[in-house]
Design a protein around this ligand. Structure first.
Ligand code: NDP
Length: 421
């Protein structure tokens, strides 16, 4: 049917690309591009050696920080859609290149600057902190500002089609469409019950992950943000097929878009599970300055401590063979239907070892990579279309929900869920 250009070949992209290759009726062409083309070549060889896919796979070298390089690549590959699975730092350059070439854009994480000490960015950031009331480095304002440009160009940008954001956002649209006239509260619960056997490792890009979890928490309540200290709010929850876990309230990007797109919602919170050992390691690294995102001088050259730490930690893409256990990610909704109060939970359980057997990755990459393929498929097949910049909950959730069942992330609706106090 069409060709996708995937930027990035890391943990998440490896799954998304294998899923595109499985779905060769939709993805007849796949170009994989990143700065390290040997990684892209290795993945191409792996898929071709399996001999199961009719997708034509090509690879290319690109530095996605350069709009010119991206434009040249898009012009030579001629994709129908660009799937950005590089880092949030590259969102805007890739959107600019898509605009210049008139090609649809899809990603899985919202924009965040690499250098948070950049004075120009910092001025806008500090204004936003004051006006909006949350201090996370990432937010949607940068990409939502492209709305008119994408409308004028007549092309689609889909933001945030991973699991969270992504599936959790589509779950919300589905709950509103089929279970509620009014949703009052949303609790998003992200549980990783997996064990990789290392004292400390992150399940996706360490730099992005550690920035996210060491930041202040926040939630949306009655039309405004309430900010908390990092890990200040803790709850225990008994997750289906995983068991009892400690979870902590974090700021998370889909809260921002759901607050805008789910009419009249009164409260949205996001919780993620962490073990005590992870938290102790993180606190220690933070205390000694290893989570700093600004450059420091070391033996005559500049290094960014969190990037140096990334080089020391296990590559998340290598955790697949050693990770056992399951993830359970989903949302609890309360609200009213036909004048009666109701509560439901929609969730998916994913087994790390089953993912490894299928695609050679652990479940965090899998639960992000599968929805990245599905969101791209929605655009490629025209099931989701429109000119402008969209979050996934703005489209019809039904074909996406059906695709989750078909492509490896089946979901459950529990009409009598355990609530979070
Ligand atoms: P990795 O670090 O494993 O992979 C990042 C990839 O991007 C690498 O292949 C890297 O290749 C490439 N890349 C980085 N910089 C550039 C550049 N300048 N030009 C071209 N390619 C570049 O990250 P993950 O796979 O763990 O995460 C990918 C994305 O998914 C991130 O944005 C992350 O935030 C998001 N994510 C979303 C989730 C969700 O549920 N929505 C959950 C987990 C992750 P190279 O260095 O060779 O260029």
């Amino acid at each position: 049917m069409g060709k996708v250009l995937v930027i990035g070949c890391g943990g998440v992209a490896q799954v998304a690309i294998q899923k595109c290759a499985q779905n060769d009726a939709v993805f007849s062409g796949i170009c994989i591009a990143s700065r390290t083309v040997s990684k892209c070549d290795d993945l191409k060889k792996k898929i071709e050696a399996q001999g199961k896919s009719r997708s034509k796979i090509t690879t290319a070298k690109v530095n996605a920080d350069s709009v010119d390089e991206l434009i040249a690549l898009i012009k030579s590959v001629k994709p129908d859609v660009v799937l950005n699975l590089a880092l949030p730092y590259q969102d805007l350059t890739i959107m600019d290149a898509c605009l210049a070439c008139g090609v649809h854009y899809v990603d899985s994480a919202n924009y965040e600057p690499e250098d948070t000490e950049d004075p120009e960015w910092r001025k806008i950031y500090e204004k936003r902190c004051k006006e909006q009331g949350f201090t996370a480095y990432f937010d949607y304002s940068w990409q939502w500002a492209y709305q008119k440009k994408f409308q004028d160009a007549g092309i689609t940008a889909i933001l945030g089609t991973g699991f969270d954001p992504g599936v959790t956002s589509v779950f919300s649209a589905y709950a509103l469409k089929h279970y509620f006239d009014q949703i009052d509260t949303i609790d998003i619960l992200d549980c990783n019950g997996g064990d990789h056997g290392y004292p400390f490792a992150t399940n996706f890009n360490p730099e992005i992950n550690l920035r996210e979890v060491s930041a202040n928490g926040s939630y949306w309540e009655n039309g405004h943000w309430v900010e908390t200290k990092p890990m200040e709010i803790k709850r225990e929850y008994n997750f289906e097929q995983v068991g009892m876990k400690d979870m902590y309230l974090l700021h998370h990007e889909e809260i921002e878009s759901l607050a805008k797109n789910i009419p009249g919602v009164k409260r949205i919170r996001f919780f993620m599970t962490f073990g005590q050992s992870y938290l102790t390691h993180m606190k220690c690294l933070e205390n000694v300055g290893m989570l700093r995102t600004d450059p420091v001088m070391f033996e005559g050259r500049e290094i960014v401590p969190i990037q140096f730490l990334k080089a020391l930690l296990p590559d998340p893409a290598s955790l697949g063979p050693r990770t056992v256990g399951k993830t359970n990610i989903g949302c609890i909704y309360t609200g009213t239907k036909d004048g009666k109060k109701r509560a439901i939970k929609i969730y998916n359980v994913c087994d790390h070892q089953e993912c490894y057997r299928e695609v050679g990755s652990q479940a965090i990459s899998y639960t992000t990579g599968v929805p990245a393929m599905i969101g791209t498929m929605m655009v490629m097949t025209g099931q989701w279309k429109g000119a402008g910049v969209f979050n996934v909950e703005e489209f019809d959730p039904d074909p996406y929900m059906e695709a989750l069942n078909k492509w490896g992330l089946p979901w459950v609706v529990d009409e009598n869920p355990v609530m979070v106090d």
